[in-house]
Structure formats: C-alpha cells, structure tokens
Design a protein around this ligand. Structure first.
Ligand SMILES: Cc1cc2nc3c(=O)[nH]c(=O)nc-3n(C[C@H](O)[C@H](O)[C@H](O)COP(=O)(O)OP(=O)(O)OC[C@H]3O[C@@H](n4cnc5c(N)ncnc54)[C@H](O)[C@@H]3O)c2cc1C
Length: 510
C-alpha cells in the first residue's frame, strides 16, 4: 500500500538511472563508485546519519599476524552462529581493499611512526584490527567522502524519500519531497542507504535523521525484512542525549556506580551483560553513573569528542559523575539482500545498516558495520553497472477514500516508550503482546488519519516497530542481543533468520 496521496502524471517529474538515498558511509561510497564507473547517480539525503557519530573505528585485516579466517570466525562467534558465512567471507576478504580506497579518497587513518596502520583491539576481536581516526573515525570518513562526492560533481539533493513506487514487485521510481515540493523520480535503480532503526526506542545513540521510517515504507511495498528482533543495545549513553561513551572509557578504568555509590558489575563484562546490569539497577529505582574521575589518562586528549560534549552539557568528567543509561544502538536486521545488495524487489538495492546481509547474525562484532557499508556499497555499484535493467515508464497514483483529523505525532514518544519498556533489553511473551496490541492500535489510527508526511512517518515507524515485535515474539529463545526472560537459553531449532513481510497481511494486521 501507499500512504501519501499522489498522481505521477500531475506532479513535477524527473528521470535518471540511479537514485541513491542516504549520505552515510554506504550511500556516499556507492555514489562515488558509481561515478567512477561512468554512471551519474542522484544522491538524496535528509542530513547526517549514524556514520558521522561513529567513534570507535572500522575493522579490517591489514596486519601480517592477523588473518581473514580469524575475522570470519570472530564475526560468526559474536553473531551466535547465525551469520551468513558466504557474505562474511566477502566482507573480510574485500574489506582491506576498501580500506585502501578510503585512504585514496582522503581518509587519513591513524598511523604508527613506520607508516603502518595504528590498530586497536576491540571486544570480540582476536587480533588488533580496528583502524581509527582518534575518537572521531566516522566524522573523518563522512567528511572525506562528502568532499569527494562534491568534487566529483555528484548531484546531491537535500530531500526526503516518501514512497517507493513499484509494480509487480519491480521498481518504477520514488516520490521525494525536495524544496518543500513533492516530485516523482523515475529511475532504473534505487539504492536505499538510509541507516538503521534504533531510534524507535526511548533511549538511543542514533540521531533523529536515521528514523525507522524507510523500513516501514518498504514493508508497505512487500519487501522482505529479516531479523528485525536483533537490536544491539549499548551499555553507556550519556542520559538524555545521544552521546555514546565508548567501552574504551571503561577499558581505561572508569567504573559504574548506582545512586548509593555502590559498584554492581565488573565493567569489562560483555556489552549485553553490562547493559542488562545497568537496566536492572534502573528498574529497581537507582540512577547509574560512570565515574571517570580517577582515570590515569588525560580524558581531554584521549577522548576529545566525549570530553567536549560533556563540558558543553555542564559536566566536567574530571570532577563530576556522568549519568548514563543503556540505549538502542544498532539495527542488525533490515531489508533482505543478496551478496550484491539486491533486495527482494527488482531494481532496488539496500546497503549499510538498512540492509540485512546476515553478516552480524544475532549480534554485531564491534566495528564491522562501517566496513559492511563500504564493501556492499561498492558491490552494489558494480552490480548496477553490470545490470541490463531498463527504466519502466509507468504512471502511479494513490488517493485515500476518507480520513480523520488525527495528529499521529502524539504517538511517536509513546512508541519509543513501549519499545523501550516491552521490546528492549529484557523481553517476555506478555510484554511483547502488550506492545503488539498498542502498535496495532497506533497503526489503525494512522491508517484513518490524513495522509500527511508527518502522519506517514509515524505510521512507518509503527510498522517498523511491528516487525521487531513480531520477530521477537516468534523467537522463543535468547540469542545474541535478543534476550527473553521466559526463554533464557539458545535453542537449535531457532538457528534461522526471521522473516517478516506484511504487504498482503497489512489489512489483517490492523
Ligand atoms: C554513536 C554511534 C557510534 C558508532 N560507532 C561505530 C564504530 O565505531 N564502528 C562501526 O563500524 N560502527 C559504528 N556505529 C554504527 C555505524 O555508525 C552505522 O552502522 C553506519 O554508519 C551506518 O551507515 P549507513 O550509511 O548505513 O547509514 P547512516 O550513516 O545512518 O546514514 C543514513 C542516511 O540516510 C538518510 N535518510 C534516512 N532516511 C531517509 C529518507 N526517508 N529520505 C532521505 N534520506 C534519508 C539520512 O539522512 C542519512 O544521510 C556507530 C553508531 C552510532 C550511532
């Protein structure tokens, strides 16, 4: 189904070969690669997404003592054996090549005195294999790629994808809002590089531009979504903001205390263990703080991004405790793709966090996601260059029969609260069903509402939330970052990728 009203024969129309939506690492890298293949992409973006905020780094095998076999096995182990070996193999084999490309495109990763990459060790990796630019790797990558895209005269348009137009499960084009006008772009290919959906939770490390709406819009058009129940939570985000305070800070000796100034966990336990311990403290009415006051290192030079952000918010980490909460951080599932980024809809590709390449399995190995963006952004560009798909000059329209004067915006914070409370770090059948009933009611209200852009976004976020709830209900086990209090163990019978597709069942859903 479509949500907004449109008639492509009555609106401004453009035609192009490839539209890329999203200006994170995946979208920018794909657009630059397309350009190098003599294809002129049009890049549409509503602004800065997750890439810019990545602090840690990007994983790749670039040292002699390391091997891609180890990278494969670490990735599989972190993902609780749910990962797709073929795609993980591609990721690890092609990763180092894409690192060279990134350097050539202007990213200056930290180097040792002898010119070799300065690598760090992160949780779950058997070897030091994380390349970084101080604690602002994502910003450095984003700025270099954006600059290069501009230099190459790639047509970058500030705008928002509203509808993906398809017929018989094949792309026609899309409806974009740009300069406050709705336009129809007919295209041979559409590359979705729109980021994750972790922002549908009350506490999140994601910026608002990476909302969950594109997942919902794709669900309405019959795309297959995989593994939406796997949401990775980060243990320490500065409460009330999106600022992530990385493990490295705890690695340097920062401790976690509750309101009674008691330590309650070994801070260096795995992410999900620490996150759940903090969550339990919060449930019992305690606030949780990170105490960085006794660190032996100079916070200001070692963690400049964190230091400056805290100071801007009136917290001096040398003197003050930092209030923290776990937060939804990374959306593991997404639009199912093959090894070239092609989704289940002809002509549409998905790359980066919005895609499900099944690399991360049930839990993402740290710093594999930036790598996934470049490896599959590159492969999508080459796949498009090799494809013979031609444009389908078809018209499309949508008119709503009747609608009520409902403002769906009122549901946004509620969706986030329900997701946090019932579909968060600890899940139960009862809680998930409570969330499901609520989300179905929201979806029903949105269906009856005026087909405005704001209402559409809330509807699509609700559909995305629905997919996550549905996946979590189906998976009656605990695996990776999906934890069910009522089924606390892994079960062999659930060693599969969850699939959610709701186009045909949308009416019964609501
Ligand atoms: C705080 C933080 C720290 C992280 N640290 C690391 C790390 O150290 N290493 C690592 O590997 N990963 C890290 N990650 C994860 C990583 O940043 C992301 O997985 C990755 O950047 C996703 O890139 P992307 O290109 O897929 O999407 P994004 O960078 O999120 O970009 C999405 C783009 O899509 C656009 N968009 C979305 N919807 C629409 C729409 N409807 N219309 C138009 N445009 C739209 C947005 O405006 C944006 O430009 C971190 C994430 C966060 C939030």
């Amino acid at each position: 189904m479509y949500y907004i009203e449109f008639d492509t024969s009555l609106m401004p129309s453009y035609q192009t070969d490839v539209i890329v939506v999203g200006s994170g690492i995946a979208g920018l890298f794909c657009a630059i690669t397309l350009k190098s293949l003599k294809i002129e992409p049009v890049l549409i973006t509503r602004g800065i997404g997750n890439t810019y905020y990545s602090q840690g780094g990007i994983a790749a095998v670039v040292s002699e003592e390391d091997s891609t076999l180890w990278h494969v096995s670490d990735t599989l182990r972190a993902g609780r054996n749910l990962g797709d070996v073929k795609n993980i193999d591609i990721l690890t084999q092609e990763g180092p090549h894409r690192i060279v490309d990134l350097e050539l495109l202007g990213v200056n990763f930290d180097k040792s005195k002898d010119g070799s990459f300065e690598l760090t060790l992160e949780g779950g990796h058997s070897y030091k294999r994380v390349l970084k630019v101080k604690d602002f790797t994502g910003k450095a990558i984003y700025e270099a790629l954006y600059k290069k895209a501009k230099e190459l005269n790639i047509n970058i348009i500030e705008g928002e994808l509203l509808e993906i137009l398809t017929e018989d499960n094949a792309l026609i084009g899309c409806i974009i809002e740009q300069n406050d006008k709705r336009v129809f772009w007919a295209s041979k290919f559409l590359v979705l590089a729109t980021g994750g959906a972790a922002s549908m939770y009350a506490h999140t490390s994601n910026p608002l531009k990476t909302r969950a709406d594109v997942i919902g819009a794709a669900l309405r058009r019959g795309f297959l979504i995989e593994n939406p129940e796997f949401i990775q939570f980060h243990p320490t985000v500065f409460k009330g903001t999106n600022l992530l305070i990385s493990e490295a800070v705890r690695g340097e000796g920062a401790i976690l205390v509750n309101s009674k100034n008691e330590r309650f966990i070994n801070e260096l336990e795995p992410r999900d263990v620490v996150a759940r311990a903090i969550y339990k403290q919060m449930l019992s009415g305690q606030d949780v703080f990170l105490d960085m006051r006794n660190l032996k290192i100079d916070i200001k030079t070692r963690f400049p991004t964190i230091y400056n952000f805290l100071m801007d918010h009136g917290i001096d980490p040398y003197k003050d405790l930092v209030s923290v909460t776990p937060a939804a951080h990374y959306y593991i599932g997404g639009l199912r793709t093959d090894e070239n980024g092609e989704t289940t809809v002809n002509g549409v590709y998905a790359i980066g966090e919005v895609a499900s390449t099944r690399i991360h399995g049930a839990n993402r190995l740290a710093s594999n996601s930036l790598l996934e963006g470049v490896v599959f952004g590159y492969r999508a560009a080459y796949s498009i260059a090799l494809s013979k798909r031609s444009i389908r000059l078809l018209k499309a329209k949508n008119k709503k029969d009747d609608s009520n004067n409902i403002d769906c915006q009122q549901y946004f914070e509620k969706i986030k609260d329900y997701m946090w409370k019932y579909v968060g770090l600890e899940r139960t059948e009862d809680g998930l069903n409570t969330a499901l009933t609520f989300i179905k009611n929201v979806a029903k209200e949105c269906m009856l509402a005026m087909p405005t852009k704001k209402n559409k976004i809330i509807f699509d976020v609700a559909l995305s939330a629905y997919a996550t709830i549905e996946g979590a209900i189906k998976r009656r086990e605990s695996r990776g970052c999906h934890f069910r209090l009522d089924f606390p163990h892994e079960k062999d019978e659930y060693r599969y990728n969850t699939k959610v597709c709701i186009d045909t069942s949308l009416k019964s859903l609501i």
